[in-house]
Design a protein around this ligand. Structure first.
Ligand code: G1P
Length: 303
């Protein structure tokens, strides 16, 4: 059966305090930290748009007006750049405002990812929608979200993205148990555990920050008690949908996973943020020619 409701909206929680990046995040939201020359959040919105999602709902916390500013026109700056004839900078300034329809919903208290997603219920309505976490950047060449939307069209329900990691990393993530389908890169989810102890992890496939959620998730999240870390976890809500006996509880349509073997970049901690910045710089045609030889020389000197 084809599930025709198209996915047009992306919910992006950005309320995190960014404590790992203080003091940089004292007055600047974490997702506004630049990876080379664009804030991380812009890459995420670009990814949404290239998968056809033009409505982006940001779930914000305190002191996050700079995010709204970034996706709005900047009349004074634009006028100054125009007066100087700097067309290139002008295009860079205008691009984020023209990218998508970006709206904001405030999360009044940091009560977890599940709660952040629930804050978008009115904006999303009764449609499947994407959830995209700003700490994870997916390489634009790998098109994960498009594959997930295809999986939603075929299987219905909710779709999560899974990546294989060494067993010692599993406890930092949501972790999945699953069985195969007739497609090599799609699995049927049978269980989910948020940040399991390594001894209790059902596999070493972890949930990365891309989801397609059936709108049934909202009712489930309203009933989901606080879990790991005292927070309402999206993983727990999806588990309810995954294990629901569809004959007796015909909600949500189950959960499938797309096994992702492409390039994911983490910006959630300092080590990975630095690696991501270097990798992105090396992949940029306008920077690599000078940057890569410099990097080689620099590393030689460190030996
Ligand atoms: C969140 C989710 C977790 C997922 C991770 C992906 O955790 O709760 O299931 O594996 O994102 O980045 P957080 O990183 O917010 O602690």
């Amino acid at each position: 059966m084809a599930h025709s409701a198209t996915v047009t909206k992306a919910v992006v929680p950005v309320a995190g305090l960014g404590t790992r990046f203080l003091p940089a995040t004292k007055a600047t939201p974490k997702v506004m930290l630049p990876v080379v020359d664009k804030p991380a959040i812009q890459y995420v919105v670009e990814e949404a748009v290239s998968a056809g999602l033009r409505d982006v709902v940001l779930i914000t916390g305190d002191n996050q007006s700079s995010i709204a500013d970034h996706f709005s026109r900047a009349t004074d700056l634009e006028a100054q750049l125009e007066a100087r004839g700097n067309q290139r900078a002008l295009a860079d300034v205008r691009a984020p405002a023209e990218l998508a329809s970006v709206s904001m919903v405030r999360q009044d208290a940091p009560r977890g990812l599940g709660h952040a997603v629930l804050c978008a219920a009115d904006q999303v309505g009764d449609e499947p929608f994407a959830v995209m976490l700003g700490d994870d950047l997916i390489d634009a060449r790998d098109d994960l979200l498009t594959r997930m939307i295809q999986a939603r069209q075929r299987y219905g329900g909710s779709i999560i993205a899974l990546m294989e990691v060494p067993p010692d990393q599993v406890s930092a993530y949501g972790c999945a148990a699953f069985k195969p389908t007739d497609e090599a890169d799609v699995v049927a989810i049978t269980d989910l555990v948020e940040k399991p102890d390594p001894s209790e992890a059902p596999s070493n496939w972890i949930i990365i920050g891309r989801y397609i959620c059936d709108p049934a998730i909202f009712d489930v999240l309203r009933e989901t008690p606080a879990g790991r870390g005292g927070e309402i976890q999206l993983t727990d809500g999806l588990r309810t949908l995954a294990v629901a006996d569809r004959d007796t509880v015909p909600v949500g349509g189950g959960v499938h996973g797309v096994l992702f073997r492409g390039r994911r970049y983490d910006t959630g901690n300092k080590q990975d943020f630095l690696r991501t910045t270097v990798e992105f710089a090396c992949a940029r045609p306008d920077l690599a020619e000078d940057f890569v030889p410099w990097l080689r020389e620099f590393l030689d000197k460190l030996r």
